[in-house]
Design a protein around this ligand. Structure first.
Ligand code: NDP
Ligand code: MG
Length: 392
């Protein structure tokens, strides 16, 4: 029996994780769940999964959650704050941690799980983008098991030879990340200027949280994934190709030196990579519908357009600049996406805010977690000021 903490349980990945866990009560039990704003949902999840602990951000949320649980005679103990999140991630009673908080807020609890040598299922790509060097060093030092849940990276992980993961990359020529192209794949820049949050969040294939949905629409998601892949697979941005594949069936590919290309396919449903991560190195059922290629009939591929999707180019530039440039890219993007979701700026201004923030920063190699947090905070101040100027 494996005991699991699900960070970000109330989100899209969190819900899918609990769905897979519930299908295998003989294999997995829930130790702790975390949520932020959706307290009613978190209370229901705690009762359904008999969680020992629930963690929220603030004291007032903890009080509300305790009241919701007391009404229903739940036994879950409610904690709050970042240190509590870290505690349920590193507890000796936990075997596995699903890191599915969105954004930079996921960094510290994910690192706590890594430092405690847990098996970590990584959905929270922002933590790796913002702190890649320190993050991967922590994985090495602690001997934690890091399994990528992002569908593309999970696909690549499945297609790589064992020798690659043990340090010998000679058999592999390049990694190919597939991208759906998002809801604005065929839109002109002029059309995108008027795009609403609702349109940006209406992803054609995947049902996801609002931040990653907007990132998919701007293709910043693929830019973040490029940096994520660079760290996870210890390679360079030049060895990673991005290929737009609107059907989201081929989740990513690995090209070998002998000309072979291996791909992982499946319906676009995150329960597949989540089940893979939970059961690794074995396999378990996920209740995902069988892939019917005969019905899909056609799979198509095209090169991405970096002019209509400038966020992609910005991510390439940040990856090439190195140091804390990806930290700045990530922070500015988080601030800009939130401003777009709150109708403060237009969709195409997300790229503008990120670009201008990057150009106002001088990059350096972050030597510590504090240096990364400083770079993140400085970038947020700059992008907030830029957004204020755009509003008037
Ligand atoms: P959601 O927005 O659906 O869920 C986010 C989760 O994080 C929720 O539980 C939310 O709580 C919690 N949360 C939000 N802000 C904070 C905060 N400041 N402190 C603590 N907890 C917080 O996102 P997704 O599930 O879609 O994505 C989660 C992560 O997984 C992201 O990093 C995303 O990039 C990555 N990912 C997602 C995929 C997907 O298909 N959804 C695919 C690949 C990667 P609440 O809702 O209660 O406020
Ligand atoms: Mg992805």
């Amino acid at each position: 029996m494996q005991s699991v903490t699900v960070l970000g349980a109330t989100g899209s990945i969190g819900e899918s994780t609990l769905d897979v866990i519930a299908q295998h009560p003989d294999k997995y039990s829930v130790f702790a769940l975390s949520g932020h704003r959706q307290l009613e949902k978190l209370a229901v999840q705690c009762l359904q999964h008999n969680a020992q602990y629930a963690v929220v951000n603030h004291k007032s949320s903890a009080q509300q959650l305790r009241a919701l649980l007391a009404d229903r005679k739940g036994n879950t103990e409610v904690l709050y704050g970042v240190e509590a999140l870290c505690e349920v991630a590193r507890s000796a009673q936990v075997d596995m941690v699903m890191a599915a908080i969105v954004g930079a807020a996921g960094l510290l609890p994910t690192l706590a799980a890594i430092d405690a040598s847990k098996k970590v299922l990584l959905a929270n790509k922002e933590s790796l983008v913002m702190a890649g060097g320190i993050f991967m060093q922590a994985v090495k030092d602690s001997n934690a098991t890091l399994l990528p849940i992002d569908s593309e990276h999970n696909a690549i992980f499945q297609c790589l030879p064992e020798s690659y993961l043990n340090g010998d990359q000679s058999a592999v020529k390049k990694l190919i990340l597939s991208a759906s192209g998002g809801p604005f794949r065929d839109w002109t820049l002029e059309q995108m200027k008027l795009a609403t949050p609702q349109q940006a969040c209406a992803h054609p294939n995947w049902n996801m949280g609002s931040k990653i949905s907007v990132d998919s629409a701007s293709m910043m998601n693929k830019g973040l994934e490029l940096i994520e892949a660079k760290w996870l697979f210890n390679t360079s941005a030049e060895q990673i190709e991005i290929l737009v594949h609107p059907q989201s069936v081929v989740h990513s590919l690995v090209q070998y030196v002998d000309g072979s290309v291996l791909a992982q396919l499946g319906n676009p449903d995150m329960r597949t990579p989540i089940a893979y991560g939970l059961a690794w190195p074995n396999r378990i059922a996920s209740n995902v519908a069988d892939l019917e290629l005969g019905e899909i009939a056609q799979l198509s591929f095209e090169k991405p357009d970096r002019e209509r999707f400038p966020c992609l180019q910005l991510a390439y530039n940040a990856a090439a600049a190195g140091g804390d440039a990806p930290t700045v890219l990530n922070a500015a993007n988080e601030v800009a996406v939130e401003a777009f979701l709150n109708h403060r700026i237009g969709f195409t201004q997300i790229a503008q805010v990120v670009e201008n923030t990057l150009s106002e920063c001088v990059f350096s190699e972050p030597e510590s977690l504090e240096a990364i947090q400083d770079a993140d905070a400085r970038a947020r101040v700059i992008s907030m000021a830029l957004i204020k100027r755009l509003e008037v």
